[in-house]
Design a protein around this ligand. Sequence first.
Ligand code: SF4
Ligand code: FES
Length: 248
Amino acid sequence: MKIILKIERFNPETDKESRFQEYTVEAAPTDRLLDALITIKQFQDGTLGFRKSCAHGVCGSDAMRINGKDRLACKTLVQEVADGDGAVVEIRPLRYLPVQRDLIVDQADFFDKYRSIKPFLINDDPLPEKERLQSPEERMKFDDATNCILCASCYSACPVPEENKDFLGPAAVSQAYRFIADSRDKGFKERLPDLDRPDGVWACQNHFKCTEACPRGIKITKRINQTKKMIQDHRKAKGESINDDISD
Ligand code: SF4
Ligand code: FES
């Protein structure tokens, strides 16, 4: 079948504003949308900018907004976004991150926020002879969060940065949870100043858009609320006031 990819294009070096350009591509319903983009790049317009690497949902580099939803082009089948011959599929870059060219965004802000929560194991205890052991039950507390591929789909899907660009964002908070819920980690207090602030966990309003968007099935909103609960418990233990209303 033939589909029309309506792609938002922008080159900050030459354009004042973005524009949409349409490309007609022959594609099978079971082709991936990434295949259609590659076809355009190879045979129709070599100037089209998009990022991809693994093409198998592992590297996280080809997240984009497809028909208004943030997804990986390599994990999106044509039949999921085009309902027949002549269907138009709108493709835009991720939101909130500056466009470098067409569908390529500058992810520096996203990664700065991710780095700010110290996404690594913190434990200064003397090293055991072999390894720091953990039970399967302890691991399951945060297991899904270890699957994050840092694609930023959740960041773009979240409505909060529309009004608060300083929000830490869903990926950074769920990755903070990944470590503070880890029985081997001792870095809760070190991460607390970045999490327990209005632009940290408390900016999350439980829209659940991040959870819907995540290509790795991470229960992001739940992990954010578990982080809020840990902060509340910490405050309670110190006799401090707490925020109310944490949903699951
Ligand atoms: S939490 Fe999911 S959507 Fe967000 S960056 Fe990680 S893999 Fe992507
Ligand atoms: S190209 Fe690597 S996740 Fe899609």
